[in-house]
Structure formats: structure tokens, C-alpha cells
Design a protein around this ligand. Sequence first.
Ligand SMILES: CSC[C@@H](O)[C@@H](O)C(=O)COP(=O)(O)O
Length: 348
Amino acid sequence: MEDPFRTIEWKGDHIRLLDQTLLPSREEYIAIRTVDEMCDAIYRLAVRGAPAIGVAACMGVALGMLTAPEDNREEFDTRFKAICAQISATRPTAVNLFWAVERMEKLFQAASGMAPAQIKELLVAEAIAAEREDRTICENIGLMGRDLIDDGDTILTHCNAGGLATAGYGTALGVIRAAFEQGKKIKVFSDETRPLNQGSRITCWELQKLAIPVTLITDSTAGSLMQRGLIQKVIVGADRIAFNGDAANKIGTYSVAVLAHYHKIPFYVAAPLSTIDKKIDSGTQIRIEERDPCEVTHIGGICVAPSDVRALNYAFDVTPHELIAGIITECGVARDPFVKDFESFFSR
Ligand SMILES: CSC[C@@H](O)[C@@H](O)C(=O)COP(=O)(O)O
């Protein structure tokens, strides 16, 4: 089946992206014309999900350099550095953002002997390639993970790790989609995923578009469903995975993993290799984004708490590797001790 939407697309002089903050009530594409606009889109989650943020970062760098002066090499280089720094400062947890900026930096360095006009072309080509690659990587994650799902399974997912969190197809939802495309009769429970409701707003919307049966639950319902034997697998995405397998994902993922462990339900993480941070060997080193408390005190712009109450808004948590049955990547399913499998995947 064709993708029912396009997360992000290079359009020559601008970037077109589906504004995810408006879903599901409005399906609106916006045009990003400057680095400021791209940084704002990433920060306010108009584009979100680790792999999609990575693609947005590549495209943001290429876009910003389109207007860089070609007659002054020093200014050209300074502009590049400033753009990379600005994009890197938008969100701290998803490593794909930094992976993307590093990818563009490497290219910029390798092309340092070339004329600015040529470098601009290379940066654009790299950003477009990153988008295409991500789609293919997600399809491969689907192929690698689909046999973990049995016919008749009901799967719980948290947040949104679907086509909209990537350049297309998705990671956790990609595995579910691939199993569904094999003809397996599967059902999905989607946690609503407070505070910003990526589960209810985006995962449910995507799964409905794909005709995959989905039932929305509040975040606090998952344990009860597990206790009743109504969930056979859990699959989620990740924003950053340490080399020992500890995985940061949307806040609430850790609670789901603990529940799954208690109920002996396999808990899987699906993510591309670009989400694995080779520089850190434990989840304790992952910086967790803390966002505006208003996201907790308000739902859809309506205040649901006393206006002066203190609220804490960690956007992510870390699930320790021992709670993870497998990490599904485009190269295969890594198992504990993850470091061994990761090393083999990266050496290919
Ligand atoms: C394939 S996306 C994996 C994760 O990025 C996803 O599960 C998630 O936590 C997204 O958080 P968000 O704050 O919406 O960007």
C-alpha cells in the first residue's frame, strides 16, 4: 500500500512538511523557508520522531546554506557552522538530530576544496538522500521484525513511531505494518501518550489510514489489559539507544516496559542504527528533554489544572536494556548483551 501521507519533502526552494501539531483534526502541509522556521517546527513538534527530526535537520542545513554568500568563503563557512549549531540546539534527546548534523558536517569538510555553489548542490543532494534512505531503512526494520509477531497478536504501542516519525513507513509501526501486510490478523492498542497525545492524535490516525485495527486507551489502562491477558507484545520506537541497549523513548515507555516484564510479555524496541549512540555505554548518559509545564497543565489549549500548580514535564525516559526482549534494526534483531550485536551490525 502507498503511504497515505508524506512526512517531509524537499521542494527546491523550501521544505514541505505535514504539521503534526494539527492532527488529527487538520491535515495541513506547511512550507519551511528558513532555518528559523525549521528550528521552530522541530521545537514545537510540527515535525517530530527521531528519524524524521534527523531528516529535517539535514534538510534544514541544506536550506539554510542555499542563501549563503558564494563570494566570501569565510562568511560561507561561518554561516554553515552557525546553522549547524542552531539546529543542534532545538531538542537534546533524539540522537538522530546530531547524527544528521554530523553527516552534513562531514560532507562539508570533505567538499572544502570545492566552489560554494557546488557545495550547496552536494548538501541538497545529501539531504534528499537522507530522506529516501530513511524510508528504505524503515521498510527493512519492518522485514526484520515482522516474524516476531504472531497471527492473532494484540500489540501495545506507546507514542508514535510510525510513518510520521520517520520519512515514511515507521519503525515500531513499520514492524506492525509489515506483519499486517503478510496477512496476519493483528490488533493494536495505542496509549494516548500524555502530555502531547502523539498516540491518540497520530498513531490512531496513521493506523486508521492503513486499515490496521486500533483501539485507543489511556496511558493508565495498559497494566489492566496486560493483567487480563489481552496484550501479547509491546513494540515502541526510540530516540536514543546507548551501546548497552538502554533505550530512551517517550515518557511513559519505561512504565510500560516494567509492566510488560511483570506480565512476561515481550517488549521490543524498533529503531534504525542512526538511533544508536556509539559514544555512550549507558542510558544514564542520555540527556532528557524537559519541556514547558504548560503541556502538562493544558490539553489542546484548555487548562486542566489549577493555573498556579507546579508541573514537571520530562519528555522522555530510559528503559534499561534488561527489560528489552530485542531491538529491531534494519540489520537484524539485537538481543542482550546488545553490545555484541551492535558491534556486528556496525561492522557490516
Ligand atoms: C520512530 S520515532 C521514535 C521516537 O522518536 C518516538 O517514539 C518518540 O518518542 C517521539 O517523541 P516526540 O517528542 O514526539 O518527538
